[in-house]
Design a protein around this ligand. Sequence first.
Ligand code: AMP
Length: 397
Amino acid sequence: MSQLKSVKQLDVRGKRVLVRVDYNVPLDNGTVTDDTRLTASLPTLHYLREQKARIILISHLGRPKGKPDPKYSLAPVARRLGMLLKTPVEFVSDCIGPGVETAVKNLKEGNLVLLENLRYYPHEEKNDVQFAKDLAKNADFFVQDAFGAVHRAHASTAQLPALLPSAAGFLLSKELEFLGKVRGNPAKPFVALVGGAKVSDKISVLEKLLDKVDTLAIGGAMAYTFLLAQKIPVGKSLVETDKLDMARSLIDKAKTKGISLLLPRDHMIVKDVKDEASATYTEDPSIPGDWLGVDIGPNSIQHLAGPIQSAKTLFWNGPMGIFEIERYSRGTMEVARMAAQAAQKGTTVVIGGGDSVAAVQSAGVADQITHISTGGGASLEFLEGKTLPGVAALPTI
Ligand code: AMP
């Protein structure tokens, strides 16, 4: 892939720079509960402020379905960003129109405004060119830094680069660099750990990974579909019966290629997800009739240690169990710790967004990981080899 033009190659001094960020963050009663995506955007913002650029930030948040909904307002995000930057971030309660024009006119060098949720207009998701023109109107340059949104062809991702001189921000470049290491020529042994709930979401990425990995370990609810595909009983565990054939063909493909495919050897099982007191471990991969799996067991954890320790490249996406419930989180937490230890010893450890990010955070090891992606969907699509419309639209050098 040719290299994207970087924000460093734009002459932004004193200019108005429209920056697409991904501030789609979780909110609880108007408070940002996880500011990972805000801190990830800071390198670009610090740089632009040093250059005395006038910064106009745009983002989406949640799914307000094309109309204003206070539940999805970016106002709390402006406050939190201001705290992180130690400077006020003005909030404008629209993303186009006269209010924006006035705010940008009054914007001083090195200062920032954050505009209201792009998805308050249906035109954003409809990839509407006129909407993009309205957004571009008040700016001299466009910087794309919303990695978590570039897999979508929306007005702020696919259209804006054609309307203003544009470049990639530091976060976007970093994401593509590290995920590129996984997708391109990963240092070997290359080990991938894939967990989470839905086989259907991840089947294409699993297939792609099979072309590169030395070891593929599957955990979480996904593993039950793979076990059942080999006629191992999984009780009442979550299974996608319509994906059994796919799982079988993936298992065959791994065998033909001589790739080690690791499935859980034991499980934590319960009578009911809500019945934590019933939790016990199986002695082998099978799960009795009226029980269901909620986490990988201690033998499975131990069995993952070797491949993780010997990996030169490690990619992890998706929890090993229902880690939101503490009692069922041990497998995921142990994997997070082992991944961090590997990173400390020089393994390139890349974590692919979503729940695995929350897991490394709650294990307290996030700062030890080589790269934590801010985009779950985008990182998977990138690894599948798909073209990301928001990246394809940007100029290269
Ligand atoms: P995904 O979005 O596909 O990465 O799935 C993440 C979700 O998978 C999390 O909310 C986990 O609670 C869920 N999950 C992981 N293991 C299990 C399991 N054994 N049974 C049910 N859900 C699970």
